[in-house]
Design a protein around this ligand. Sequence first.
Ligand code: SF4
Length: 295
Amino acid sequence: MIKDIQAKTLLARVKGPDDWFGLYYNFNLYRGCQHQCIYCDSRSECYQIENFNQDVLVKANAIELLRKELDGKRVTGTIGSGSMNDPYMPLEAEKQLTRRALETIAEFHFPVHIITKSDLVLRDVDLLERINQVYAAVTFTITTADDALARILEPGAPSPSRRLAAMRSLSEKGILTGVTLMPVLPFIEDNEENIIHILTLAHQNGSAYILPAFGMTLRDRQRAYYYAKLDKYFPGLHSRYEKSFGERYSARAQNHNRLEKVFAALCREFGIATKMPVFVPQKRGREPAGQPSLF
Ligand code: SF4
């Protein structure tokens, strides 16, 4: 079910320094996600998204809120989208909330960082180019380079091949692009071949940085859903997970030390950063310098 809701607020201040993406603010235009990745952590009870597997709630007043909230901000800092749902899920083609949010962000001269698994982001390249006068970055999540495997793991999302092609187009337009290589699913994706394949394709398609996490999280509803999908698509793996991880929240990749070494060596060889260049927050009232700095 797709349903409009009225949100009370939109922009959240990110607590503490964000070491991954340098985010200062965060927002979600939707609740729920049509990509329906079998490992998605947004199913966890703590996020209180009921019916995550069926419903998407649309924050119908989001743009109005964004405009009002940006107007009152004292600090120009990177606004992130894409942590709890994908801002370019199929519904966005019709609703255009992300597009309208980017228009507003461009108007207020704020920097932006988007995480997505969709090439629909290319629709908004004109706005990203405008925002890039301050700072714009787009990170594509790629957990496998195998399109057939991705159809099982990330059934509602465009294929990794399409994501990589989109990354290449954005990178050619001068937008900062990279890859989040996370999660790396134990016993499914945690092999050297997969890591090497992703890094090689990322390098060929304009990835300036790659941020990895060799493993996955597992908790309550997320774990139950994931294990049901393992039973369906990977018979025998469910019991292997239970034996290896029990009730633990963090499930590390097998041979993660070895994978980290392979990853680091290839990044060095390809000249890919393992931290992304981020925008340094500035007091509002003067023009942002537009100089991302790496820290
Ligand atoms: S794209 Fe992200 S938010 Fe959406 S289902 Fe997949 S992991 Fe969850």
